[in-house]
Design a protein around this ligand. Structure first.
Ligand SMILES: [Zn+2]
Length: 189
């Protein structure tokens, strides 16, 4: 039995829509990028309504983007945040983005991370997380966020990860509503 190797790549539209040279310095700029990715993923029909980005703190340099790719690549782990982590670490050639003397990295995600992505956030080495839509917004579409509790966030914060909620929440939620209106697949229920 030979199981095919796993190959993860961006949908084609990333090449033409993401501005890799731009600097994303404010929280709103970082979040708008994540939301733009979530919207593009819906409009282009390449996945669920979730987008994410990894940005270097201070310089605002874009390291990697992510978009929900569960259905496109037949992989339940490929939430937007997971794709962003994997691509960022592939690009940086490291298994953690936390270091004593190197740059500090932030995750911007268009919706609060689910249980899996919150766990991966801890291991990814990012130091700050910006969240757009609330998990309740996702739940209204019947997306299950899994076992995420107030203690889960407190645990990450105790490990030095700052979590900012509700950045451009309305804009982020509008993409969830767009997905609902387009009758997109709810894959993790
Ligand atoms: Zn997730």
């Amino acid at each position: 039995m030979r199981i095919p190797p796993i190959h993860i790549e961006y949908p084609d539209w990333v090449e033409s829509t993401v501005d890799w040279d731009r600097r994303y310095t404010t929280d709103e700029e970082k979040m708008r990028l994540a939301i733009d990715l979530s919207r593009e993923n819906v409009v282009r029909g390449t996945g669920g309504p979730f987008g994410a980005a990894i940005i270097e703190q201070g310089t605002g340099a874009l390291v990697a983007v992510g978009m929900n790719s569960v259905v496109r690549l037949n992989n339940c782990t490929l939430h937007g945040e997971m794709v962003a982590f994997m691509m960022a670490q592939s690009r940086l050639r490291c298994f953690t983005m936390r270091s004593d003397d190197g740059p500090v990295y932030e995750l911007a995600t268009s919706c609060e991370p689910c249980a899996m992505c919150l766990g991966a956030t801890l291991w990814s080495g990012v130091s700050r997380v910006l969240c757009g839509a609330h998990r309740d917004d996702a739940r209204r579409l019947n997306f299950d966020e899994g076992p995420v509790f107030p203690e889960s966030h407190a645990y990450l914060e105790a490990r030095g990860i700052e979590i900012v909620h509700g950045v451009l929440r309305e804009e982020a939620n509008a993409v969830l509503e767009l997905y609902r209106a387009s009758k997109g697949i709810i894959y993790n229920r």
